[in-house]
Design a protein. Structure first.
Length: 115
C-alpha cells in the first residue's frame, strides 16, 4: 500500500482507478513486497517539496472532478489512517480467536511488563 498510495499522490490528478488487490502465492512474499513498497514510498515522497506536498490532488472520472484535497491530507487519510483502522481490526480478530494481541503501539494489555 505505501508505494501505491505514494504513486497516486505523486500525480496532481488521476482518473478514478479500478483497484485490484494483489494475490501473493505465499506468505513469504508479503514482507519483501512491503519492504519494496515502503522503499518506493520513501523515494517518491522524499523528493517532494513543501509546495508539492501541500498542493491540491484531484481524482477525476472523465472530465468530472470527484474530489480534490491537499496532497498531505490524501496521504494522512489513505496511507496512515487506513493503516490504523486495519491494525484495530487485526487486534479485534486476534482477541476473538483467543490469541494474545502483540505490541502495536507499545505494550498491549496481553503483555506483562513485570514478568
Amino acid at each position: 500500500m505505501p508505494g501505491a498510495v505514494a504513486t497516486l499522490a505523486s500525480q496532481s490528478q488521476i482518473q478514478a482507478p479500478d483497484f485490484t488487490d494483489p494475490s501473493p502465492k505465499s506468505a513469504s512474499e508479503l514482507i519483501p513486497a512491503l519492504d519494496e513498497s515502503i522503499a518506493k514510498a520513501r523515494s517518491l515522497l522524499g523528493g517532494m517539496d513543501d509546495a508539492t506536498i501541500n498542493g491540491m490532488w484531484r481524482m477525476m472520472r472523465g472530465e468530472r472532478e470527484i474530489f480534490a484535497i491537499p496532497r498531505a491530507a490524501l496521504l494522512r487519510s489513505i496511507m496512515l489512517n487506513h493503516w490504523y483502522h486495519h491494525r484495530g481490526q487485526l487486534s479485534v480478530y486476534l482477541r476473538e480467536l483467543g490469541v494474545a494481541v502483540p505490541s502495536i503501539y507499545g505494550p498491549s494489555a496481553d503483555e506483562n511488563p513485570f514478568a
